[in-house]
Every structure is written in C-alpha cells, then in structure tokens.
Design a protein around this ligand. Sequence first.
Ligand code: GLV
Length: 331
Amino acid sequence: MSKPKVYVTREIPERGLKIIKERFDVEVWPGYAPPSKEVMMKKIRDVDALASLLSDEIDAEVFDAASKLKIVAQLAVGFDNIDVKEATRRGIYVTNTPEVLTETTADFAWALLLSVARRVVEADKYVRTGRWRVGWHPGMLTGRDVYCATIGIVGAGRIGSAVARRARGFNMEILYCDIVPRVELEQELGAKRVDLDVLLRKSDFVTLHVPLINQTYHMMNEEKLRLMKKTAYLINNSRGAVIDEKALYCALKEGWIAGAGLDVFELEPTVTDNPLLKLDNIVVAPHISSSSYETRSRMAKIVADNLVAFFEKRVPPNLVNLEVLKRQKQS
Ligand code: GLV
C-alpha cells in the first residue's frame, strides 16, 4: 500500500522530521524563508497532509488547490494563519503543538520584561560603543524595579499562568484578566482577577498572552494604552496584531508608558524602517519565544505524533477543530 503524501513547509527539527520521513512519502521545502503561496499550492496538489508553520497562510484558496488534503499539522501553538472554519467545513483536521512550549515561552516573556525594565540591551550597546567613560555614576542607565511590583497578565491560560508562577519568585502582586476565572492561580499565587481597564491602570508590567482572534485584534489601542501608568511597561509575545503598533509608537514616543518588550509584530518580519525600532525604550526580538533547542525539538515530535495518529485512524492528540469529528460522524 502506498504511503500517505506529506508536504512539510520547512526543515523542522530532526526529532519530528525523522518520524515523518520513516512513515510517509515526504517532500520538505528546503528554503529558510517560506515557500510562496503559489509554490505551496503547486506542491500540495496531491498531498494527504501538510505540516505547516505559523508563517504559512493557509486559507480557502490553499484548500482548493489540495483536493486530497486531510490534515494540517502545524508546528506552533497559535493557528491564526489557518482558516480553521474553512478547514472544518471541508472535513480537514487541524492540529497544533500546545503545552510543550509553555515554559519556554513564559521564560522569554520574562527575558523581555527584565531586559526592558533594567535596560539590558541599551546597557550592552553602551559598553560596546565606547560610551562607558565613567566607571560608576548613580544616574547611569537607571531602570525600574521588578521585584515587589504589580504584574498584570492579560490572558491567564497555559502561558499566562506560567508567567504568573515566575512572578511569585519576584514577590510581585499578580493581577490577571481572562474570560474565565483561574481558581488555581488565585489559590496558589494569590492572583486577583480584575477587568482589563483595572489591570491596565494598576499594573507596572502588563504582559499579553491571548490568541489573535477578532475580539483581541488591536485590543491594546490608543484608549487602552492611555490607561496604563506612565511608568509601566508592555510585554507582548503572543501575536503582534493584538497591539495597534501605531498607537504603541505614540505611547512610547510621547511617554504615555515607559517601555515595551516585543517578540511579535503586526507584520513579520517587521520592516527595518518600522518607527518603533528607532526608539530606545523598547526591546525587540524576531518571534523566538519558543525557540529553545529542547522545545523546538519537542514541537517537531508533536507534529509527527499528530500525523501518525491521524493516519492510524486515531484522533490526533492536539486536534484544534474537534467539530470535524462530529461532521464525520454525520456523514
Ligand atoms: C508561536 O508563536 C506559536 O504560536 O507557537
């Protein structure tokens, strides 16, 4: 019997790719950059499965081009690049890679938070560019204390909760907002659930951990940014479009807030003339929050596990669109 055909849109870590290559008839896009949509549409014409990344736009047009496609196994927890509704309508399974990246991503939110509050990137440039001409000065590169400050976690799901647990080590007051109460956070850490406006008014550090959906698009707009303290910092390693970048630029430039740490942008890669990059009170990274060797390897393994489960006629462990199962039963 011939093996199912799988198209993998990038060289994913060996731990997952090896399994995929053993079990399926595989083609891997060799480029560092994603294949163009046109190329991808050609490549997937007769595949049974697609292993995708969050930088691949997977919409109805792509599904039209792949009449045999049965499953999209994404290497990421977020899947806003996939038209899941359309996939479900067509009976196509969509899977993601949750949980294994939670702690690594939470670590990186903290890396951004500490870097921007204590001006680590500015300090590094200061030393390297020869501006450190006085051994010690009481006003040199002064930052803000993190310990005992108030952290506001917007979206206290898996990653938000992991960020909150780290805040305890800094003896912080923890506020969160979420559509559902997180009882363990309240019991374990004394976290308080408040509404978004209260969180923004009270927090010294606001960190975003929500998925990008219609309700969160530009959630941090001018009105919300103006609610934050002038001494507060905004951290985002969820999705860029949760923040209105133009409003954020004004907030940072005009001092409505003190600084920001961003791992994600509205457009990725962001353009080098993005005005945000001209500012000193911002620390940026190129969407690498889950990028540790261990986690990326685990993510690739999960992609493989989801594909293997599907083709063994089991429910993939990380099925995003459970409705697809109901649809199958009905047909
Ligand atoms: C990264 O942003 C992910 O969604 O895994």
